[in-house]
Design a protein around this ligand. Structure first.
Ligand code: KIV
Length: 270
């Protein structure tokens, strides 16, 4: 199947998918070559996540990545993608507490990378920033539950909203994001029952990661699901390949061929 012959995925298509109960597939991606493969495979949504800070740059948290770096990754992905909806994370420190700065950050992403939408972590506390970005006609995806940009507040990456108080707050925040006009919301690492309740209570699609199966779609980090990154093994992660081992095997073969003068051969030279 050449997925790029199919119509471009828009926020309206995602809404229709929720209505038709068709699950939404989403993966992260940060570069041109990988984006071509993922888009041609028929993925619905590509997230240029700030997890680039971890898997592309080797940082321990997502906090260090800059707006310029996110724009670089987003532009690389956009040059490859024909069909998927491309959503870009606003990085830490570019939208919290200052809605004008939030709007400027979102506009820079849209103008300089040509992306389709932005994602922000948080609920009521960033309402003003979301409102302002939406008022400029920029689609916004929300993100609730485990929000990695707040790791220094949480102190740990354990499951969120297990207690009644945090669960109620999350449900209210999801409703708020729907009401103010977000087109979808990511639910990260929360109990499956709570994710199901949220999904039934709001009309916009929910995309889960570690949030069970009763959400409207699923997202994984591409390096994790392909088994490139072996350091991260949460319960929710399904590995579809072991690229770490496959790539190492190929590199070892290449080294052996170079050392033994087996590469290049007669046909591989001019
Ligand atoms: O940055 C990211 O990869 C994300 C996903 C985990 C949802 O926000």
């Amino acid at each position: 199947m050449n997925a790029s012959k199919f119509p471009k995925i828009t926020t309206h298509v995602l809404q229709e998918m929720k209505l038709k109960e068709e699950k939404i597939s989403m993966l992260t991606c940060y570069d041109y070559s990988m984006a071509r493969i993922i888009d041609e495979s028929g993925i619905d949504v590509i997230l240029v996540g700030d997890s680039a800070a971890n898997v592309m740059a080797g940082h321990k948290t997502t906090l260090p990545i800059t707006l310029n770096e996110m724009i670089y990754h987003a532009g690389s992905v956009m040059r490859a993608v024909e069909r998927a909806l491309v959503v870009v994370d606003l990085p830490f420190g570019t939208y919290q507490g200052n809605s004008r700065e939030a709007l400027n950050s979102a506009i820079r992403i849209m103008k300089e990378s040509n992306a389709n939408a932005v994602k922000l972590e948080g609920g009521r506390e960033i309402r003003e920033s979301i409102d302002r970005i939406l008022s400029a006609g920029i689609p916004v995806m929300g993100h609730l539950g485990l929000t990695p940009q707040s790791i220094n507040k949480f102190g740990t990456y354990v499951v969120r909203a297990r207690d009644q108080e945090e669960a109620s707050r999350l449900k209210e925040d999801a409703k708020l994001l729907e009401e103010i006009g977000c087109f979808a919301v990511v639910l990260e690492k929360i109990p499956a029952k709570l994710a199901e309740e949220v999904t039934q209570n709001i009309k916009i699609p929910t995309i889960g990661i570690g949030a069970g199966s009763a959400v409207d779609g699923q997202v994984l980090v591409i390096h994790d699901m392909l088994g490139i990154n072996q350091d991260f093994s949460p319960r929710f992660l399904r590995r579809y390949h072991n690229l770490h081992e496959e790539m190492k095997g190929a590199v070892k073969l290449y080294i052996k061929d170079v050392k033994s003068l087996n590469f290049p051969n007669e046909r591989e030279q001019y």
